[in-house]
Design a binder for this molecule. Structure first.
Ligand SMILES: Cc1cc2nc3c(=O)[nH]c(=O)nc-3n(C[C@H](O)[C@H](O)[C@H](O)COP(=O)(O)O)c2cc1C
Length: 214
C-alpha cells in the first residue's frame, strides 16, 4: 500500500512536470535515460495486437553528437510544412478551421521555417516507435508512454519537451529508414531530455471545470 508521504511525493512530481523549450548543453546520463525508458516500458498499451510482433515498442536514444540529429532536424521542418499544407487544404472546406486555425498554422509555419525550439542539436532525444496493429491505438498508447517518461524525468530533476510533429512521420520513408522500420507500420512519438536553460517553472494550467453533479 502507498503511504500518505508517497502520495505527497507523487503530487509534487505531477505538479512540477512542465514543458522545457530551451536546454543547456549538459548531456543527461545514460543511467537516467535508462530509468526514463523503463517508465515508458511500463505504460499501458493496446494489448489486443501485442502478439502480432516480436517487439511491440522500440526506444531509440540519440545523443547530441549523433549525425542523425541533423537529419531529424530537417525532417521535423519538412513534416511541419507538409502538415501545414494539409491543414490549409482542409481549411478550405472547414468553417471551424477557417475561424480557429490561425494560431496552429502560425506555429507549424514557424517550425517549418526554424525547426523545433530546442533544435538544432538538443542534448538527447528519445524516439519511440509502437506497432500500430489493427486496433490503430498507437497514438493514445504513445501519449500514455510519454507521460510516464515525462513524470519520471521530472522525478530525476531532468527537463523534457515532447516533439509531437514526429507523430505524423508514420509514412515518412526517410524517418522510418533511419530506424530500420517498415513504412506505415509503426506510430512515433519523441521527446528531448536535458537540463533547462532557464528554469521558469510551470506554465499556466489550462482552464478547467469539475462537475460532480448534473
Ligand atoms: C498533444 C500535445 C502535443 C504537444 N506538442 C508539443 C510540441 O510538439 N512541442 C512542444 O514544445 N510542446 C508540445 N506540447 C506541450 C504543451 O504545449 C504544454 O504541455 C502546455 O503548454 C502546458 O505546459 P506545461 O507542459 O509546461 O504544463 C504538447 C502537448 C500536448 C498535450
Amino acid at each position: 500500500m502507498f503511504t500518505k508521504e508517497d502520495n505527497l511525493i507523487f503530487d509534487r512530481i505531477i505538479e512540477k512536470r512542465s514543458t522545457c523549450r530551451s536546454f543547456t548543453e549538459q548531456i543527461p546520463s545514460k543511467e537516467d535515460i535508462e530509468k526514463i525508458i523503463e517508465a515508458g516500458k511500463l505504460a499501458p498499451y493496446a494489448s489486443i495486437d501485442a502478439k502480432a510482433v516480436d517487439v511491440f515498442r522500440h526506444f531509440y536514444v540519440i545523443f547530441h553528437d549523433d549525425p542523425r540529429m541533423d537529419v531529424i532536424d530537417r525532417l521535423i521542418k519538412e513534416q511541419s510544412a507538409i502538415d501545414l499544407n494539409r491543414r490549409l487544404e482542409e481549411k478550405k472546406t472547414d468553417p471551424f478551421l477557417q475561424e480557429n486555425g490561425e494560431r496552429v498554422e502560425k506555429l507549424w509555419e514557424n517550425v517549418a521555417k526554424n525547426g523545433e525550439s530546442t533544435f538544432p542539436n538538443p542534448p538527447c532525444m528519445i524516439v519511440v516507435a509502437e506497432w500500430r496493429g489493427a486496433r490503430r491505438a498507437e497514438r493514445q498508447s504513445l501519449a500514455h508512454l510519454m507521460e510516464n517518461m515525462w513524470l519520471k524525468a521530472t522525478a530525476l530533476n531532468l527537463d523534457f519537451q515532447i516533439i509531437s510533429v514526429t507523430e505524423n512521420m508514420v509514412d515518412n520513408q526517410e524517418f522510418c529508414d533511419m530506424f530500420h522500420l517498415p513504412v506505415g507500420m509503426y506510430g512515433f512519438h519523441a521527446c528531448v531530455v536535458g537540463y533547462a536553460k532557464n528554469s521558469t517553472g510551470r506554465n499556466a494550467r489550462c482552464t478547467s471545470e469539475v462537475h460532480f453533479e448534473a
